[in-house]
Design a protein around this ligand. Structure first.
Ligand SMILES: C[S@@+](CC[C@H](N)C(=O)[O-])C[C@H]1O[C@@H](n2cnc3c(N)ncnc32)[C@H](O)[C@@H]1O
Length: 451
């Protein structure tokens, strides 16, 4: 980071940090630590890397590889996420019973760091609604979640206030709020250019509006995780004070080890955790765990008449072989597109389809063209795929990259038909092998452009 810090920011931080200011100012000139979090559904064991102490699946890397040129990145085997944010795993595991069936909402979810983490925490009988208000960002979120491969996820593109129809529906809500981004200055110099005192004030007010809008959707005794990637009190402690004044809440604590360097904030019954880069091997971050004590009526989503179209019996006879535990899935068809989701969520998905701007629900499975099934990319990424049913072509790195660039690949005339393309035996996508060439079915919009 070479740009100079905004003067008003530096002044506030000097007051906030006192004698630690110099260490902080030095730390934000240093490169950011690099870390990734593995997808437990796509790896058999975690490689021998330096673990991040507050998460079971996060690890530091000694240097930044070219993730774009690693096929396993595109296969959803891991997510590149800075370490501090992964503290949410520790906070939730200590305060939420993940054995239970839960309704979880990630309200400000793009590009998907917290949502992929939540997807790995909840059990298969739980439902994650992953929402992003900005349409273009909701598409990136959908892409990352499709790569993660879980089918108990609905991606929506709604405004927080739209969730007010769902009183007391969620056991857990994560509000990873849009913020002034002070914690990202060293990673993202644009965050520094956009910083101003007016923007901090604006962010703080917007954060209150978001929490106020979503509050009715949280169950009594439900947990709200409120987080930002900024240091200032206005967007953190003062917003927590505001929540405490407006609502009957309890701020929950979580144990931390002093070696982690996480600062615990306790002020007048308000609790939070702050991550400073001179103390923690991670970016700037702030997080609080809030239990709602007020009673709240609970919206029960009623079983509505199933209005989904369903595939023909002939199509279903083939499809059941493609999916593991197909008997537990609801298959639906819209025009030519077939998708599936867990049967247990049929009513919920009908409700969200009708009342929300749905981006994806469950897993896109296949397109039907004159009763011929063409597998969808999301199926290749799905943890429910029955890989044994398909022919496979395991590619070495150079070919796997050609495949991911959507280049045409030569065929030797064997393995005709739809094949799963894999790299190190992990699915990357589909190809239709013809006698003279391989039709590369990798999605054009996801192809890698880097040479
Ligand atoms: C800090 S980012 C979320 C990062 C994400 N949780 C992750 O871990 O990858 C905040 C998100 O809030 C969205 N956002 C912006 N304005 C919003 C608003 N008024 N209500 C809800 N979300 C908003 C932004 O588009 C952005 O995607």
């Amino acid at each position: 980071m070479s740009d100079t810090l905004p003067a008003a920011f530096a002044q506030t931080m000097q007051q906030q940090l006192g004698s630690n200011w110099k260490q902080f100012a030095e730390a934000i000139q240093k490169p950011s630590p690099i870390s990734i979090r593995f997808n437990p559904s796509k790896i058999e064991s975690v490689p021998n890397l330096k673990p991040i102490p507050w998460t079971s699946l996060g690890f530091y890397l000694s240097e930044r590889p070219l993730f774009t040129l690693d096929p396993l990145f595109h296969a959803g085997t891991y997510y590149v996420q800075e370490a501090s944010s992964m503290f949410i795993e520790h906070a939730l595991k200590k305060n939420v019973d993940f054995q239970k069936r839960l309704n979880v909402l990630d309200l400000c979810a793009a590009p998907g760091g917290k949502s992929t983490l939540l997807a790995s925490l909840i059990n298969e009988n739980s439902l994650l609604i992953s929402n992003e208000v900005i349409r273009s960002r909701a598409s990136i979120l959908a892409e990352n979640l499709q790569k993660w491969g879980n089918d108990n996820i609905v991606v929506t593109n709604n405004d927080p206030e739209d969730f007010q129809t769902l009183n007391g529906f969620f056991d857990v809500i994560v509000v990873d709020a849009p913020c002034s981004g002070e914690g990202l200055f060293r990673k993202d110099p644009d965050a520094m250019k956009e910083w101003s005192e007016e923007n901090v004030d604006l962010c703080s007010k917007r954060q209150r509006r978001i929490v106020a809008d979503i509050w009715p959707a949280l169950k009594q005794d439900g947990i709200l995780i409120y987080s930002t990637c900024t240091y200032n009190r206005l967007e953190n402690e003062e917003n927590l004070q505001w929540i405490k004044n407006e609502h009957d809440v309890e701020f929950l604590a979580v144990d931390t080890d002093s070696s982690w360097g996480v600062q615990e904030i306790i002020e007048d019954k308000v609790k939070g955790y702050r991550f400073y880069p001179h103390k923690v091997a991670g970016e700037g971050f702030f997080m609080s765990i809030i239990r709602k004590k007020e009673s709240e009526d609970t919206t029960k989503i009623k079983a509505s008449k199933n209005t989904f179209g369903t595939p023909t019996k002939k199509v279903m006879d083939s499809l059941v072989k493609w999916i593991r535990h197909a008997e537990e899935k609801q298959f639906i068809q819209r025009d030519e597109l077939i998708q599936f989701f867990p049967k247990a969520f049929t009513d919920e998905i009908a409700f969200f389809s009708k009342n929300f701007k749905l981006v994806i629900a469950g897993t896109f499975t296949a397109n039907v063209k004159q009763e011929k099934l063409i597998p969808e990319h999301a199926l290749a990424m799905s943890n429910a795929l029955n890989g044994d049913h398909f022919g496979k072509i395991d590619m070495p790195l150079d070919q796997a990259l050609k495949y991911l660039r959507k280049e045409t690949l030569p065929s030797d005339g064997s393995n005709l038909g739809f094949n799963l393309i894999t790299y190190q035996h992990t699915p990357l996508g589909w190809a239709n092998v013809l006698s003279n060439r391989i039709n590369n079915l990798y999605p054009a919009e996801w192809r890698i452009r880097m040479k």
